[in-house]
Design a protein around this ligand. Sequence first.
Ligand code: HEM
Length: 186
Amino acid sequence: MAADPENRFSDWAEVVRHLTGLSQDDFDLMHHIAPLAREWADEIVAVFYNTLYANAQTAAVFHDGERPERERTLRAWYLALLQANDDDLFWSGQTRIAFVHLRRHVSTQYMVGIAVKMREVFERRAIEALGRRRGQAAARAFDRILSAVVGLTAEGYDVLAHAAFNKDAAIDENMIAWLIAQDRAR
Ligand code: HEM
């Protein structure tokens, strides 16, 4: 396991910014189009949960009666993203969300797959509203942010895998709860 989780996540952010080109410019673009992009929230949430509930494996992740609450939190996440900045506040929030998914055993593949659906809706609506050139630029900015959010879940599993190789570490639900609590306490 990396000696210092703080360094691990700042290293992670540096690599993601380098590989994807993610920067504050992407967030600034989201701020700029937010008045239009807020109107896409209904469709993004509908496609997201219709897709996950239409497959037995992904539907099985959810508890009975959980869907309205999940729709509410996804909508809130999307609307907040449109106003977010490339800062510690945003990334520590996304790290906590990643660990929440680990706690429910949401695989990275599920995250990657559903992100494709979200991107498709975002890109189509952006092109309809802004024209092809500006719409595609907005979709690429959204894509860079979303890829980093998804990447955090993968990174979280990687942290746990490293911990599992450490003989002294006990990997269980309590450890995931502890990681979430550390992040909330920041
Ligand atoms: C890019 C993809 C995703 C995003 C952005 C996302 C976003 C969120 C957010 C914002 C929350 C609320 C976290 C909180 O504040 O407590 C949440 C919770 C949850 N999500 Fe996702 N989600 C994604 C993918 C998935 C997938 C693929 C599944 C299942 C197949 C899933 C299942 C859940 C569950 C079960 C919870 C409740 C976790 C708990 O509190 O125990 N999510 N998600």
